[in-house]
Design a protein around this ligand. Structure first.
Ligand code: UDX
Ligand code: UDX
Length: 427
């Protein structure tokens, strides 16, 4: 079993640390946030991530996991250092590598001679190769594919492990890359060991492809509305073709979160900087920007001019099963609705503080009180179980715009509502 240092206790770093401890390795996880380190050391996990708190408590209990303050504290006496710090979008759309570069600077001269530095943060193709040239230690790329809300499961039962070493076909650090792949032996996942640029690109190529699928289906939903087709039947028909598959074909208010928006922009920026025209990717991003405007149009069609309209928004996080509001399409839609003068209340099972223009209330019923219309923006299953007779008695208006096609149409319409789904005929 290995000694592993993890830098950054965000949702990726913390999941990595807790799961490696679970797999039997000894892990020291560092973060620069003192409050976070102290909370984690008491097994208090802030993130809404199933099983993560349990694994952190287990790791602390067995002594295989501990938390330390400051990046440097996880660099000494370890066989592997996993860099899991943020790579946010820079001013020009490219990934900002300031945090990664700073950690690597600290690692130089601190890590032992046999230590392998593993870049798990999402970085543009070529980064590992560039870094490896100035660090006298093996450096490899090992991208993560963790979905929020499923991170522990995705780590312990991944569909693939990808590791890349610098040089043609990863020749320069192949042995180190194989050692990193072996850390995941307990997961039973197939491993791809390749060159670092390819490994880095697997991450961007996957997320951008998924985003492209979603923009495609969101446009398809609009077309379905025009021709009177039902997008659910269309995507079901598509999904029975093995070459297409059924995943990531649900239309919605747009795709968001901490990865898709930044990764699509970063890959486009990489392509542009290398003079590669990538119109599909540009259209994927533009279609997504237009989607929030389209949802506003549906609300306007349902309630009339938005100035002074009281709207209840159900769901504020970027998807169900997480408390994450980063780049949430629900909030993008809220901002546009507020810009047209709508007055917004909201409810989300994982959000308690007001969000931008949305006054957040403790229940769906309270958010809906006196509202002219209700807009479903995140697919929390509990919204499907609302008592629609009860909702009708508290609301002023009778319009429900369901951007996730989540609600049971019969129950909603029987309670007297006019239901506007996405990509389906109005019931
Ligand atoms: C991050 C990156 O954004 C993503 O590109 C990559 O794929 C994985 O790592 P995430 O885990 O969501 O994703 O980041 P976040 O939840 O913001 O947490 C980052 C943590 O790193 C924070 O707790 C922050 O305090 C910490 N950090 C940051 C350090 O410990 N050291 C630093 O130098 C910078
Ligand atoms: C994503 C990747 O899936 C994961 O592998 C990792 O690289 C991190 O980024 P995550 O950000 O947790 O994970 O979100 P994901 O579940 O992929 O959803 C992204 C967005 O697409 C959300 O806004 C979601 O609501 C939307 N979505 C997803 C749809 O609108 N319809 C779908 O059918 C699926």
């Amino acid at each position: 079993m290995a000694r592993i240092g993890v830098i950054g206790a965000g949702y990726v770093g913390l999941t990595t640390a807790a799961c490696f401890a679970r797999l039997g390795h000894t892990v020291v996880c560092a973060d620069v946030d003192e409050a976070k380190v102290s909370a984690l050391s008491r097994a208090s996990v802030g993130a809404h991530e199933p099983r993560l708190a349990e694994l952190v408590a287990e790791g602390l209990g067995t002594g295989r996991l501990r938390f330390v303050l400051g990046n440097r504290a996880a660099l000494a006496d370890v066989d592997f250092v996993f860099v899991c710090v943020p790579t946010p979008t820079g001013p020009d759309g490219a990934a900002d590598l300031t945090f990664v570069d700073a950690v690597l600077d600290e690692a130089r001269g601190t890590v032992g001679p046999d230590c392998v530095i593993v870049i798990k943060s999402t970085v543009p193709a070529g980064t590992t190769e560039r870094v490896a040239a100035v660090i006298d230690r093996p450096v490899v790329s090992n991208p993560e594919f963790l979905r929020e809300g499923h991170a522990v499961d995705d780590f312990l039962r991944p569909q693939r492990v990808v590791v890349g070493a610098p040089g043609p076909r990863g020749a320069a650090g192949r042995e180190a890359a194989v050692r990193v792949a072996e850390l995941y032996a307990g997961t039973g996942a197939p491993a791809i060991v390749t060159d670092s640029a390819s490994a880095e690109l697997v991450k961007y190529a996957s997320n951008c492809f998924l985003a492209m699928k979603l923009s495609y289906v969101n446009s398809l939903a609009e077309l379905c509305e025009r021709v009177g087709a039902d997008v659910s039947d269309v995507t079901e028909g598509m999904s029975l073709d093995d070459r297409i598959g059924g995943a990531f074909l649900s239309p919605g208010p747009g795709w968001g979160g901490s990865c898709f928006p930044k990764d699509t922009r970063a890959l486009l920026s990489t392509a542009e900087s290398l003079d590669v025209d990538f119109p599909l990717l540009r259209a994927t991003i533009d279609t997504n920007h237009a989607q929030a405007h389209r949802v506003v149009g549906l609300v306007r069609d349902a309630v009339g001019p938005l100035r002074g309209a009281r709207l209840a928004l159900l769901g504020l996080t970027f998807k169900a099963g997480t408390d994450d509001l980063r780049d949430s399409p629900a909030l993008a839609t809220a901002t546009l609705l507020a810009a047209e003068g709508a007055v917004l209340t909201g409810y989300d099972p994982c959000v308690s503080a007001d969000c931008g223009p949305v006054r957040v209330l403790p229940s769906a019923e309270e958010a809906a009180r006196d509202a002219d219309a209700l807009v479903i923006l995140t697919e929390w299953p509990e919204f499907a179980d609302l008592d629609w007779e009860d909702m009708a008695s508290t609301m002023t208006g009778r319009s429900v715009v369901d951007t996730r096609n989540l609600l049971p149409p019969a129950k909603v319409t029987e309670a007297g509502f006019h239901l506007v789904p996405l990509g389906r005929p109005t019931p």
